[in-house]
Design a protein around this ligand. Structure first.
Ligand code: C2E
Ligand code: MG
Ligand code: MG
Length: 559
């Protein structure tokens, strides 16, 4: 009992209560704590043995023995052992040896049991921290590093000046969506694990592959292995056994890459490879895109545009111009297309510079509503001033298709200005995705039910224009400039004529109105009118005009 209450024991427990994160901290703590017991418990040596299986958290089986404390005068005979379970299938054995010439009493043996137990709990804390550290740098679902693990390797190579020997890669698996479509979620995960295993085998020990989430990966590969790696991930073939059935998959990849020879900070690696990847994705490039400084500038410019957009909209920097649409035979104004411009420091910026960026970001939807509002304001003004109402068409990005309240929101805006619905036309573009047609067909019908007409813009430039005609009850086709026959004696002129005539005839038979865009010359006008085209829009008559100039044209009796 005397020993239990001794100051040495109290000190031992105090020292062992310190938080422990690493194996070094555990060794130091145990050494200090047991040193306090010198002269009372006479411990000569403490050994800790771990044997633990591989688990979700533990990368591989672990078996080791550590000496936590040892004196020169240890008695190696007759040690006592205490065995503990780690709770995840592992076992820890703590072996205590006495100092030479000392034999532990029953009371001392009881205290030693408590001492072993205390050491075991301290070890559990260390072990848990190690496993958590591993878990935080790993993607546990597929057993490779995650972004933290990747950055640890990058930082380590950076600090040793080795980064320049490597190429950084950011890639996304092509068509993994297909696997999710044909297999249940759990099985698709198994295919992902197979994919990861296959690709992991291409990565050598001093290289690293990490999963960012979903089907996005980053890799650090030795320069001399890079071509082999690229050709591998562009064509990964897998056979998945689904019960008795074998499913074959083939995956490509969208790849961005960067040389790392002049990296100033480890964080630049991620910046470079993600920018290269973004460019590869935007260009839908089949080739690997290597990082260039101008890509960085482009991405910064895109960020600036997106950031400036919301401010610009608030500060009324966006203006709407209207390009007259003329009825061919009558030569009178049918209406106009609303085309947005961005007035930045009194310089008009044209849509091509910002619309594709806003489209990617989704902000385009807000802009389209703004243009629709402005167009309605113009119609309300005509109504108030007794000017004949022009038909105004407004471009609506495909991004709106994701919005189930689109029609309701369009109607709300038109009704706010108290404008008759039939003077508004929504211009839509074709989609490459077959499923979008179903959404589009519903949208067109719903708009029609509200008295609002729809047109297909740039008809003919999409992937399956005829499908669009077949599946929807569209009112107007706007035939793209590239199908308008030009005047030169060019060999392509005949083909353009044949295509235009066929489209116009088809549209006529389906009762769809035809608008020809980009008409620039008298001959084109004559030809198109002869072909039965209903309406013409183009520089031949007018460029897009500011509101007042457009209204002057609307008031004109004849062109
Ligand atoms: P779009 O809808 O096909 O509009 C026609 C484009 O062709 C306009 O370019 C117009 O100025 C130009 N154009 C008209 N006549 C001629 C001609 O005779 N010759 C030539 N070479 N070009 C002609 P703009 O205004 O630069 O607009 C470009 C595109 O930006 C539009 O193509 C449309 O897709 C998009 N856009 C413009 N405003 C908006 C908007 O408010 N919302 C959305 N979502 N897109 C818009
Ligand atoms: Mg248009
Ligand atoms: Mg167009």
């Amino acid at each position: 009992m005397a020993i239990f209450c001794s100051n040495e024991i109290k000190q031992f427990f105090e020292l062992m209560q310190k938080p422990i994160r690493t194996s070094e901290e555990l060794s130091v703590n145990v050494r200090l704590a047991i040193t306090c017991l010198e002269g009372s418990l006479e411990i000569g040596k403490v050994l800790l043995e771990l044997s633990a299986p591989k688990t979700k958290l533990r990368v591989q089986t672990q078996n080791f023995t550590r000496i936590l404390y040892e004196r020169a005068d240890v008695n190696v005979a007759n040690p006592i052992t205490h065995t503990f379970q780690t709770g995840d299938g592992g076992q820890v054995v703590i072996t205590l040896y006495s100092v030479a010439g000392h034999i532990w009493s029953e009371e001392e043996l009881d205290i030693l049991k408590i001492i072993s137990n205390t050491i075991f709990h301290a070890f559990k804390m260390e072990n848990m921290n190690t496993l958590l550290d591993q878990a935080m740098s790993k993607d546990l679902s597929v057993d490779i590093s995650n972004i933290n693990g990747f950055m640890q390797v990058v930082m380590e190579k950076f600090s040793r000046g080795l980064l320049e020997e490597y190429i950084g890669v950011y890639f996304n698996i092509h068509n993994f969506k297909y696997v999710n479509n044909v297999l249940p979620y759990v099985k698709a995960d198994e295919v992902m694990a197979m994919y990861v295993n296959t690709v992991k085998n291409q990565v050598e020990n001093d290289e690293v592959i990490a999963r960012l989430g979903g089907d996005n990966f980053v890799v650090l590969i030795h320069s001399e292995n890079i071509e082999k790696f690229f050709s591998f991930i562009r064509n990964v073939k897998l056979i998945y056994k689904d019960g008795n059935e074998e499913k074959k998959f083939r995956f490509g990849a969208t790849i961005g890459a960067a040389k790392l020879n002049d990296i100033q900070r480890p964080g630049d690696v991620m910046i470079r490879i993600s920018i290269a990847y973004q460019v590869a994705r935007q260009q839908e490039s089949a080739d690997v895109i290597f990082y260039r400084d101008e890509y960085y500038r482009d991405v910064m410019k895109q960020k600036e545009i997106i950031a400036g957009f919301h401010r610009g909209l608030e500060q009324q920097e966006f203006v709407v111009h209207y390009q007259p649409k003329i009825m061919c035979k009558e030569r009178v104004v049918y209406g106009g297309e609303a085309l947005v411009r961005w007035n930045v420091n009194n310089q008009l910026v044209y849509p091509m510079e910002f619309i594709p960026i806003l489209e990617r970001d989704g902000s385009i939807c807000k802009l389209d509503y703004f243009v629709l509002g402005k167009s309605c304001e113009l119609l309300a003004k005509c109504k108030a001033e007794g000017i004949p109402l022009p038909h105004i068409s407004v471009n609506f990005s495909r991004r709106h298709m994701e919005n189930p309240y689109l029609v309701q929101e369009i109607v709300e805006i038109i009704d706010k200005y108290n404008v008759p619905h039939e003077y508004i036309e929504i211009e839509l573009t074709e989609s490459e995705d077959f499923r979008d047609y179903i959404v589009m067909a519903t949208l067109i019908d719903e708009l029609k039910a509200e008295g609002i007409s729809t047109s297909i813009d740039d008809f003919g430039t999409g992937y399956s224009s005829l499908n669009m005609l077949k599946m929807t009850s569209i009112d107007i086709l706007k035939i793209d400039k590239s199908f308008i026959p030009f005047d030169s004696e060019d060999s392509q002129k005949d083909k353009a004529c044949i295509m235009f005539e066929s489209i116009a005839r088809l549209a006529g038979e389906l009762g769809v109105m035809v608008v020809a865009e980009g008409v620039e010359t008298e001959q084109q006008y004559e030809y198109l009118t002869g072909m039965g085209c209903d309406i013409i829009q183009g520089y031949y008559f007018d460029k897009p005009l500011p509101e007042e100039a457009f209204l002057e044209k609307v008031k004109m009796a004849k062109y």
